[in-house]
Each structure stands twice: as structure tokens, then as C-alpha cells.
Design a protein around this ligand. Structure first.
Ligand code: CDP
Length: 313
């Protein structure tokens, strides 16, 4: 795994905007964080009322019957009629426990996790959520742990790493072993060009008897969520996977702890340069507004609604 330069650094040229957010962190981020029950309940019930992720985040046979139309949330002029074959691929019912989960750890992929030693703390959560099929082996366990109850898969990974699953499928199936019987959430109906490859991923998992459980994000929920956040003041743009999962976690878990969310090029305290991910330095796509999302996460941290981990564990 890549290791950051140790010791004090200075803000790199690309991270000039970090000064403001680092000052905000100093002001609003407290390691001796305390949950504020009232704020948490209020926020959760607002999310529930407007988005109902608990029942709607994942497509199920209950919320999406045969003959209904899926409206792509990123190409809203495109629709897809639910055939019996497609319906058979949907989860029978919503996949979350009826009782709320106690503690959920949500792991973003930020380079701030490198050398964080947060693996044990992450693995001690009741439910661990990860984004975009991240690597967990070969030394990364110490940073990010290994337990996985839910993992998302951006179809671009299926295209780039697994040849769109047009040829051999085994490398893909083998790469999933590390996630055990986790739920694998595919955004199959956000962009229409992602549907076929996402369905191929789900078929491959079924045909290979992999214990991973593929499910699909519900585009109606993603659309409602983006309206919700716009009304909360987030500027328009596609929500990042981590931000979508944070919103869902706030509905299904009593305590939400975030790791690996720091979309800036320098460490918040020692200022040494960071890679974008804990496993590579591939840059974020400009469609996301991660710094603006981070400001909201920091705000929710200071209101005691969720707990952000920025330091080492
Ligand atoms: O696909 P996407 O670019 O949204 O995500 P990713 O790079 O695989 O990382 C997963 C999530 O972690 C992102 O959606 C962000 O919410 C968060 N992240 C962050 O806060 N800071 C970073 N430097 C990288 C990712």
C-alpha cells in the first residue's frame, strides 16, 4: 500500500482551498464527540419522510412490480419497463433488518485512511458498509478492516477492471470472495449505459453461486435524495456514492460512524500530501461536489448526528 510522507508538510498548490476547510475542522470537529439524540431523531425522521430509504433505497419486488416503469435518475428522459425476467432479479423484500441496526461504520475511500490503523475500530461495528469494491487485502486490513456487510459497485469498475464482463468472469467472481455474503449494491438504473453490465454482474454472481447478494439502487430513491439535499442547500451535481450511503445509513442505523471521508489533497493536521484513495491516486470525477458534501458531513458531526473520524484510531 502507498504510504504518505511522514512529518509536517505544507499545503500543496492544488490544495489552496483546503485552508478554509482545515480552519473549519479546527472549529467544528471534536474528537470527544457526543451523540445528540434529539438532533439525530429529527434528522432521521425528515429523511424518512422525504426519501424513505428504508423501504425504497433498494429495488424490491414489493416496491417495483412487473409492468411498472423505472425512470433513470441520471437520464430522466429514459425509462425501462419492468419485465418478468427483470422482476425476477429484484430482491423479494427490503434487505435491511426490521429492527434498526446499532452501529454502522461507513468507509469512504479517502487517502486519509492510509496508516490510520482504523481497521479494528471499523470491524467492531455491527454493520460495515464500503464503496466501490475497494481492496481490503495485502496490508490494507490494518487501515480499513475486512468485515463487509454491504458494498457498492460502480459499473465503471466492471467496465475497466473486468472487461465489462464480456469475456472471462472468473476474475470478477474471485475478487468478490473477500466480501463474504455482503449485499452488493449496483446502480444499474442511473445511467442507461450501465444497465446491461450491471445485470451481467448480477447474473454472473447467481450463476457462480457466489454468496454475495446483488441488489439494485432504486433510481426513484436516488432522485428523491438529490432533491432532499438540494433543498438542504447542497449545490446541484451527482451525489457521491459515499454521500448516498451516509444518507441511507442515517435512516437504518442508530449510530453512524464515517471513516475515509476527506476529499482534500493534504492531511487535516500534519498537512502532508494525501493520495485521493487509500489504495491509489485516481482522481475524483468532477460531476461530484465532494468538498461541499464534506461541509455538510462536518456540520452533521458538530450537531451530534453522525461521527466523522479524521484522525488515526
Ligand atoms: O465513485 P466515487 O468517486 O463517488 O467514490 P470513491 O472514490 O470510490 O470513494 C467512495 C466515497 O468516499 C466517495 O463517494 C466519497 O463520498 C468518499 N471520498 C472522500 O470523502 N474523500 C476522498 N478523498 C475519496 C472518497
Amino acid at each position: 500500500p502507498p504510504r504518505p510522507k511522514r512529518g509536517l508538510g505544507k499545503l500543496s498548490d492544488v490544495c489552496k482551498g483546503c485552508r478554509e476547510v482545515i480552519d473549519k475542522v479546527k472549529e467544528h470537529y471534536s474528537q470527544t464527540w457526543k451523540k445528540q439524540e434529539e438532533n439525530s431523531l429529527k434528522f432521521r425522521s425528515r429523511l424518512r419522510r422525504k426519501c424513505n430509504g428504508f423501504d425504497m433505497a433498494i429495488i424490491t419486488q414489493e416496491n417495483t412490480p412487473i409492468g411498472s416503469e423505472l425512470v433513470y435518475d441520471a437520464n430522466m428522459w429514459k425509462k425501462l419497463k419492468v419485465t418478468r425476467e427483470l422482476f425476477n432479479m429484484f430482491a423479494k423484500e427490503h434487505p435491511f433488518e426490521t429492527k434498526r441496526l446499532d452501529t454502522c461504520a461507513l468507509v469512504g475511500n479517502g487517502g486519509i485512511l492510509t496508516d490510520s490503523r482504523c481497521g479494528k475500530s471499523i470491524d467492531s461495528a455491527q454493520f460495515v458498509m464500503r464503496c466501490n469494491l475497494p481492496p481490503l487485502k495485502n496490508g490494507y486490513e490494518e487501515y480499513v478492516g475486512i468485515k463487509t456487510d454491504l458494498v457498492t459497485a460502480n459499473p465503471s469498475i466492471l467496465m475497466q477492471k473486468y472487461g465489462s464482463l464480456m469475456n472471462r468472469r472468473r476474475p470478477f467472481v474471485e475478487s468478490l470472495q473477500i466480501y463474504g455474503n455482503a449485499l452488493l449494491v449496483l446502480p444499474a438504473f442511473s445511467y442507461s449505459f450501465n444497465t446491461a453490465v450491471s445485470l451481467r454482474a448480477a447474473y454472473t454472481i447467481e450463476d457462480s453461486n457466489s454468496p454475495v447478494r446483488p441488489v439494485f439502487f432504486n433510481p426513484g430513491y436516488l432522485q428523491n435524495l438529490s432533491v432532499f439535499w438540494r433543498n438542504e442547500g447542497l449545490k446541484p451535481g451527482r451525489l457521491s456514492t459515499g454521500f448516498i450511503m451516509t444518507s441511507l445509513a442515517l435512516e437504518i442505523c442508530d449510530n453512524v460512524e464515517l471513516y475515509g471521508f476527506w476529499p482534500f489533497g493534504n492531511h487535516p493536521y500534519q498537512l502532508y500530501p494525501l493520495s485521493n484513495h487509500y489504495y491509489d491516486d485516481k482522481k475524483a470525477t468532477p460531476v461530484h461536489a465532494m468538498p461541499a458534501e464534506f461541509n455538510i458531513l462536518l456540520q452533521l458531526h458538530s450537531e451530534g448526528v453522525l461521527k466523522l473520524h479524521l484522525g488515526n484510531c
